[in-house]
Design a protein around this ligand. Structure first.
Ligand code: PEP
Ligand code: MN
Length: 373
């Protein structure tokens, strides 16, 4: 069972002490306190672990400081919604709110190749009102002979430039626990000019030791990609590894499934699962149209497949869009053929706004219908 406390409950108050003392008297049930920093308010949840069946929700709700009591199903203990639509979701990081109601575009380089390209990218983002980006420094590649990313050596200029152009959050893949330390050292050395959301790629969705390491630290949120060849349930359990270690700032990313049935797209687009993940969990959901589609093919209506697919994710309520851009795709060292061009950034963002507006209207319509019923 989870007890959700009244927002901004004073942890030094007599009421709160009374509650904890009372919970301590339950035989065979231990409790764990978790704090969630949301936009503007701190929320406290208390997890009761053990045989809680005899406890009535109504009684637990009547205890001091308690706003709601939710019965937890075994699956997705920390990240699940447990059938409760009003559950608190999301988190705030470096001044940016990530939840199931917000939408942020993370346009950027699949792989950092040169300082010049990073600067061109970041300047374009600033000029288009963006505060998030993607920048790959550690690249997991199919062939050991392909470019593996510049690694720690590029971090100082990437972070400095992010600070210069007002970028608050960079999604950056890590493939090894040591990369988290390197990122922390570089942030420290450059004076914390930006924030980093640690990305765990589809090849590492079930790298449990990496998940535990990213879960043990609570400084950086984690963007976890769905595994390309495993079930949704298996990928959501991977997210739960992060949360069970302590880090509840987790974003779940859909990036398509590996199967020839998705041809000619690089992966079979699975963005119909955006609302499913919203329903099952409290995580914000990201879509990655670039790695899903994998090309710049255009349909006869004039729109790139990449933009159609992005719109499909956004119109279904996606909260982040992770998308590859490059100033000179022919010179990109990774995934140039799927990169959008700098001068396509404004139209891409406008297209996202149109799809988002349509999503908002659809939600309003559903609410009006439900209210009238
Ligand atoms: C990426 O986003 O750069 C990437 C490698 O994605 P994925 O893990 O989804 O293949
Ligand atoms: Mn890539």
């Amino acid at each position: 069972m989870i007890l959700i406390l009244k927002s901004d409950t004073d942890l030094g108050s007599e009421e709160y002490r009374l509650l904890l003392r009372y919970l301590g008297t339950f035989g065979g049930i231990r409790h764990e306190v978790r704090h969630i920093q949301g936009a503007g308010q701190r929320l406290t949840e208390i997890y009761l672990i053990g045989d809680t069946k005899p406890l009535s929700k109504e009684f637990m709700r009547s205890l001091p400081c308690v706003r709601r009591a939710v019965r937890v199903q075994e699956a997705y203990r920390f990240l699940g919604r447990h059938g409760d639509e009003a559950m608190q979701h999301g988190f705030e990081y470096n001044g940016v709110t990530f939840d199931q109601d917000s939408l942020h575009v993370f346009a950027g380089l699949c792989a950092v190749d040169s300082r010049e390209h990073v600067e061109l990218m970041m300047r374009a983002l600033r000029d288009n009102g963006q505060q998030c980006t993607r920048m790959g420094a550690y690249k997991p590649r199919t062939s050991p002979y392909s470019f593996q990313g510049h690694g720690a050596s590029c971090l100082p200029y990437v972070f400095d430039l992010a600070g210069k152009y007002g970028i608050r959050v960079i999604a950056m893949e890590v493939t090894h626990e040591g990369h988290i330390d390197e990122i922390n050292e570089a942030l420290e050395r450059t004076g914390q000019p930006t924030g980093v959301m640690l990305q765990i790629g589809t090849r590492n969705t079930q790298n449990f030791e990496l998940l535990k390491a990213a879960g043990r630290q609570e400084t950086h949120p984690v963007l976890l990609k769905r595994g390309f060849g495993i079930t949704l349930n298996e990928s959501l359990n991977a997210a739960e590894y992060l949360a069970s270690e302590g880090n509840r700032k987790v974003v779940f990313a859909l990036r398509g499934m590996k199967t020839n049935l998705g041809d000619p797209h690089r992966n079979f687009v699975d963005f119909s699962h955006v609302p499913v993940v919203h329903r099952l969990t409290r995580m914000p959901v990201c879509v990655d149209p670039s790695h899903a589609v994998g090309s710049r093919r255009r349909s006869p209506d004039g729109l790139l497949d990449l933009m159609h697919v992005t719109a499909q994710g956004v119109i279904a309520g996606a909260n982040l869009v992770l998308v590859d851009f490059h100033p000179k795709p022919s010179r990109a060292l990774v995934d140039g053929p799927q990169a959008l061009l700098m001068d396509e950034l404004p139209i891409f963002l406008e297209d996202v706004r149109i799809a988002r507006e349509a999503y908002r209207k659809r939600v309003a319509l559903a609410r009006r219908k439900a209210g009238a019923a």
